[in-house]
Design a protein around this ligand. Structure first.
Ligand SMILES: O=C(O)CCC(=O)C(=O)O
Length: 651
């Protein structure tokens, strides 16, 4: 359901709309989603709904206030017995004719009957050969109505099998002729219930078209604003004027309807190939640095972490001058080095100011990739990207470009990040591999990348990034499961819990763990097994011998009980939310960040958002990808040879 202000504005009907779900040329009946699970291929209602349920509240509010609802039918919905043209197909505006509770698997849940608003016109999804619709005034069919003898509610007959009271608080609810409906699956809708038409809805608002034509407005905006292409509005999709398909803005250059060049996008998910020739390329005028940064974006040279309740960095103006260096020690995980740039660094020939300009003047091939973990398969990332060198997770291998042949700016960025990688790690007395991959991300107005990690097993432990253009904030926090000690969805306790410093209930959790492992009281968190191997070794030593009076299962059960006892004793407000940010870094034009430590990616996650009204930001992130994790034929893509000015020495 798409809802706002507790109004239902739109609904997607896809697979599994529940028992008796129904779609014809004008009527749609569906259950309000949520609370059911598939068991042996059958949808079983596990959790009931009542009037306090958000979806029920939204649908009721829309019904009472005569709010029309836009319906979208998904390809997986087979109630129409026809092949639908797209993955998701906009039907039309509907009115909510009836909302009522039903009972199944011992749970009460809600159903909705929608009626198409404009019934004077044949629906595009109407059966082949269906006659023209009858005028509204000739539709006289109406279901029989009865007054419930127990609660006096007047109710229409919904089911063929007989009349039932649909007031869920009445003793006669879900009874036919005084008998409980035991097998609700046998019920069918009465013909009159399907065929009656509610009085036409007085439309309350000037509802926008469900298939908006944005092209005239885009043409106007492009004339008014030479930087329209990075605006929020320019990031939205359009409807193809040729084939009526929704086209997301997949390309930096604009919109293209055909699927060519889309490897894992929405069309791949829908398993279709579209060859429509329509494309709309935007006009581009490069942004100056001032325009990209935007007005009103404060430019603190110190991280927020340096001045508030976050993890404090160690600050040095001399370590790698002219950069100011902020070093964050993330105990038990690794470290983060923030290279804070300044005017002198940025203005040097070939430096960040020049790079920002050159990157805009180059056709980089930026495009939006599908999110790896998306609720709806094929959903695209907000920002645009292009990958150089060995392929990284966002792209299919063939989409990564070789360093050889990349423009000079890319090589200079690589030079800077190679230098930053080596120097940051050397400042802590370590060494690391040089990068062989570079991901360029282009962010438009207000865009952000949500919390994620770069912790794939194909990656080395060091990640370096350079920020150009608009300022942004990088936030780093512990992952939910490590912060709380259990998995969010299943509430399953972590068997290998590292009990990291600053996690929730640190002391109590550490004490329980030390008891569990029989560790001395003085032992720190770093004595706990950290991986499966260490854990299995401990388990074999302790429980492998017959003489142990307790089995591992009993031991674990006792620990689990004690853990949840401890958890229950903590006020809910303090213990269930998202983990707090540990570090907040202000990334300004020319800044670089190096994260080092495998565990940093394993236990922590980071997010970056463009600040204020910043309009354009490039983030260039260099990593080392382990060659053996990549197809041999892609290896040459990671080879490069820097010459002259491309080699950076920190000036
Ligand atoms: O935008 C940035 O600075 C960082 C991008 C990022 O998190 C990534 O590439 O994984």
């Amino acid at each position: 359901m798409y809802y706002k202000d507790e109004y239902c504005w739109g609904l997607l009907i896809n697979e599994d709309c529940g028992a008796r779900s129904y779609v014809d040329d004008e009527v749609v009946i569906t259950r309000l989603g949520g609370g059911s699970e598939k068991e042996n291929g059958k949808l079983v209602v596990k959790k009931g709904q009542d009037e306090t349920n958000l979806l029920v509240r939204c649908i009721m509010k829309s019904k009472i206030n005569n709010q029309e609802v836009g319906l979208v039918i998904g390809k997986k919905n087979n109630l129409l017995n026809r092949k639908l043209p797209h993955h998701y197909n906009v039907m039309d505006y509907f009115q909510i004719a009836k909302v009522w509770p039903e009972k199944q698997d011992g749970q009460v849940f809600y159903k909705v009957r929608f009626e198409k608003l404009n019934i004077s016109k044949k629906s595009w999804w109407a059966r082949k050969g269906a006659p023209d619709p009858m005028p509204h005034e000739q539709r006289t069919m109406h279901p029989v109505e009865k007054v419930c003898p127990t609660c006096t509610t007047k109710e229409m007959q919904v089911y063929k099998q007989g009349w039932t009271c649909l007031n869920r608080h009445c003793g006669d609810f879900w009874k036919i002729n005084g008998h409980d409906i035991t097998n609700s699956m046998d019920l069918t809708f009465h013909d009159a219930f399907l065929e009656y038409r509610a009085p036409p809805l007085k439309r309350v608002s000037d509802t926008p078209s469900l298939v908006p034509d944005r092209l005239p407005e885009i043409a106007k905006k492009e004339v008014e604003d030479p930087h329209f292409y990075v605006s929020r509005e320019a990031m939205r999709g359009i409807v193809c004027p040729t084939c009526r398909r929704c086209i997301p803005r997949r390309f930096w250059e604009g919109w293209k309807c055909a699927d060519d060049g889309v490897d894992q996008g929405a069309s791949a998910a829908a398993n279709t190939t579209n060859k429509c020739p329509f494309q709309k390329w935007l006009s581009f005028q490069p942004l100056s640095l001032e325009e990209a940064i935007g007005t009103g974006s404060a430019k603190p040279r110190r991280d927020s972490s340096a001045s508030s309740g976050y993890l404090q960095p160690e600050i040095s103006d001399t370590l790698l001058a002219p950069y100011t260096i902020h070093t964050y020690e993330v105990e038990g995980a690794g470290y983060i080095v923030h290279f804070v740039a300044n005017k002198e660094i940025n203005e040097r020939p070939g430096g960040p100011n020049d790079l920002f300009k050159e990157l805009q003047d180059t056709q980089l091939g930026l495009r939006r990739f599908p999110l790896i973990q998306a609720m709806v398969k094929g959903t695209l990332q907000a920002q645009f990207g292009v990958n150089y060198g060995l392929p990284y997770k966002f792209v299919v291998p063939s989409a990564s470009l070789a360093f050889n042949g990349a423009c000079d700016a890319i090589h200079r960025v690589l030079g800077r990040l190679t230098w930053a990688t080596q120097r940051a790690v050397a400042s802590k007395g370590h060494t690391t591999e040089c990068p062989n991959e570079l991901l360029v991300l282009g962010y438009g107005e207000g865009q952000k990348i949500g919390y994620h990690d770069d912790g794939e097993d194909s990656l080395g432990p060091t990640i370096a990034s350079l920020s150009l253009g608009a300022p942004s904030t990088m936030s780093i926090r512990m992952k939910y499961r490590y912060y709380h000690g259990f998995i969010k969805k299943s509430h399953r306790l972590l068997d290998i819990d590292p009990v990291l410093p600053k996690c929730e209930n640190y002391e109590k959790r550490l004490e329980l763990k030390k008891n569990f492992y029989n560790l001395p009281e003085t032992a720190g968190y770093n004595k706990l097994p950290e991986n499966k191997e260490e854990y299995e070794k401990w388990k074999a030593e302790r429980f492998g011998k017959e003489k142990n009076p307790k089995t591992y299962r009993e031991w674990w059960q006792e620990y689990k009980n004690a853990w949840w006892e401890m958890y229950k004793s903590i006020p809910e407000k303090e213990s269930r939310g998202s983990p707090p940010d540990l570090i907040k870094m202000e990334l300004n034009h020319g800044d670089m960040v190096v994260m080092h430590g495998e565990k940093l990616q394993q236990y922590y996650e980071h997010a970056v958002s463009v600040k204020g009204n910043g309009k354009l930001r490039f983030a260039m992130t260099a990593r080392y990808i382990k060659r053996d994790k990549v197809d041999k034929e892609d290896w040459p893509k990671g080879d490069f040879h820097l010459t002259g000015e491309q080699i950076y020495n920190g000036g």
